[in-house]
Design a protein around this ligand. Sequence first.
Ligand code: NAP
Length: 247
Amino acid sequence: MSENINKVALVTGASSGIGRTCAIELAKDGFEVVVNYYPAPACEAEADEVVKEIENLGKKAIAIGCDVTDSKAVAEMIDRIVKDCGRIDVLVNNAGITRDGLLIRMSDEDWEKVVNTNFNSVFYVTKPVAKVMMKQRSGNIINMASITGVYGNAGQANYASTKAGVIGFTKTIAKELASRGITANAIAPGFIKTPMTEKLDTGKIEANIPLGRLGTPEDIADVVKFLSKPGLYITGQVIGVDGGLVI
Ligand code: NAP
């Protein structure tokens, strides 16, 4: 029997891309999964499909619509999870967006939208979840960063700054929460095939990736599952999953 039976994982932004695959793979690993999605009808329909796919595997999942940039709505979501599922063992802070542009052309709106979605949300979600995990004296927090947060990327001052912030946040909470048996790690994906990257010229990108291909959401989910193990002896780390792009 899986060691994760009766354990609960929350994945934000799980209606598509990396979040969707992480939700399904964590369910296969035995977790009951909370599929968070942006509260819009199209995302709700996608999240319901993720739940159905998990249920078809004979596993448990619920979908909860919540805009992770709204701290009050997030607090309500976490209360509901604790009421309905009793605990939270794994948190994957995955929701994220891009609004690319060169610095001198970037609008305040594009800056703020990306900061709210990719960075402030990580604080809003992690704070109440950490309180739940502290009471349990266990838990694994996994934050989706990006190689841009380590190396920068022209045209992504907003995005890269949020991902660098996520890395600093991860290292700090790893230090604060370790004594309670809670780990916090970040994943820094390179180029992964998802709706976020579908408009990019992938031929050119692939030529620069030593392993010769873009990553898949499954490549990321494998690492998420690894970092979700109870008793994990790794914390405060940033794991690059980029096919060797930034060796
Ligand atoms: P994606 O398919 O666009 O998934 C992002 C998910 O986040 C979507 O389901 C999106 O919902 C959701 N979301 C956005 N704003 C939200 C909000 N306010 N509240 C709740 N959910 C929200 O992109 P992805 O490639 O899977 O990205 C997942 C994570 O990986 C992001 O943090 C991204 O920065 C990171 N990442 C991706 C790559 C890559 O190459 N793909 C590389 C490095 C890092 P909607 O459908 O409504 O937008």
